[in-house]
Design a protein around this ligand. Structure first.
Ligand SMILES: NC(=O)C1=CN([C@@H]2O[C@H](COP(=O)(O)OP(=O)(O)OC[C@H]3O[C@@H](n4cnc5c(N)ncnc54)[C@H](OP(=O)(O)O)[C@@H]3O)[C@@H](O)[C@H]2O)C=CC1
Ligand SMILES: O=C(O)C1=N[C@H](C(=O)O)C[C@H](O)C1
Length: 260
């Protein structure tokens, strides 16, 4: 059996550089990658089309605006895609879902194993804590370079709360960035608050706030390598799978429906 050739979109980024190391650590072959401003010591493809043509699987940690083009290239070249980029719009999500009808796509805003388990647990908590009695609030903090808010993980946590309550996140509603005279809190929508500063790798807390008691669930990442290891695990898992939109929960066998 030949060695899996993994390509990396965004190879010079914070995640891309760690992915290079984790591809080697997993005994896979680095096909090369793409970077807007080039990268040193690795093969840099002329463009994204060449990346998808020259890889058995592509791992993409770039920026939301590339998602539609990368999804289309994955489908065109029959190349499985592992998508870690966060902050996708509904249209970009739809383009990814369309590609997943042609090739396997593993999409998650968080490839860390404990975060993946937490998504499943959140559904159980939310199913047991009715929205009339427990408001769900999500607070996240990240490094000052992060460009999207709320984080993809926060959105996935919100989607898990909604699923546990038998709804979609769109049906439940997101209350992001409260400011000014907001009026009293509505019952149902999930609150989101995003903090940015320093070099925080990623911290997320979901609070179920009742009148007389609270439960909070926190996930903290201390090293973003944990995401890279998970994404390479997902790439190896995706190779040879039938087309479909998969999540890290599928890769880990944690069960349930894919995350948002
Ligand atoms: N799913 C998960 O587990 C995780 C997801 N993420 C997400 O991954 C994404 C990347 O994060 P991070 O590595 O920290 O970000 P960086 O900004 O460090 O890296 C982004 C990479 O994408 C490239 N890039 C940027 N714009 C374009 C473009 N228009 N076309 C092609 N390539 C482009 C950059 O190239 P250049 O440097 O040349 O500009 C760079 O290589 C974010 O969305 C982040 O939220 C992050 C961590 C974990
Ligand atoms: O940009 C980051 O750094 C991270 N992005 C992901 C997200 O948006 O949730 C995952 C992790 O929190 C780090």
């Amino acid at each position: 059996m030949s060695t899996l050739r993994i390509g990396i979109a965004g190879i010079s980024g914070r995640m891309g550089r760690l992915l290079v190391e984790e591809v080697a650590a997993a005994g896979c072959q680095l096909a090369g990658g793409t970077a807007r401003r080039g990268a040193q010591g690795v093969t840099v493809f002329a463009d994204a089309a060449a990346l998808f043509a020259g890889s058995d699987v592509v791992i993409d940690f770039t920026i939301a605006s590339t998602a539609e083009a990368h999804a289309a290239l994955a489908a065109e070249h029959g190349t499985p895609l592992v998508l870690g980029t966060s902050g996708l719009s509904a249209a970009q999500d739809a383009a990814v879902a369309a590609a997943a009808r042609v090739v396997p796509v593993v999409a998650s805003a968080n490839f860390a194993p404990a975060a993946t388990v937490l998504f499943a647990l959140i559904e159980q908590f939310a199913a047991a804590l009715p929205p009339e009695q427990f408001d769900a609030e999500i607070v996240e903090m990240h490094h000052r370079q992060k460009v999207d808010a709320p984080s993809g993980t926060a959105v996935m946590m919100g989607a898990a709360v909604a699923r546990g309550r038998g709804k979609t996140l769109a049906e439940v509603g997101m209350d992001s960035g409260r400011d000014g005279h907001t009026g009293p809190r509505a019952t149902g929508p999930i609150g989101f608050a995003a903090l940015r500063g320093g070099q925080v790798v990623g911290e997320h807390t979901l609070l179920f706030a009742g009148a007389s008691e609270h439960i909070s669930l926190t996930h903290r990442s201390f090293d973003r390598r944990v995401y890279a290891t998970g994404a390479v695990q997902a790439a190896r898992w995706a190779a040879g799978r039938p087309p479909g939109l998969y999540s890290m929960r599928d890769v880990m066998g944690v069960g349930g429906t894919p995350g948002a």
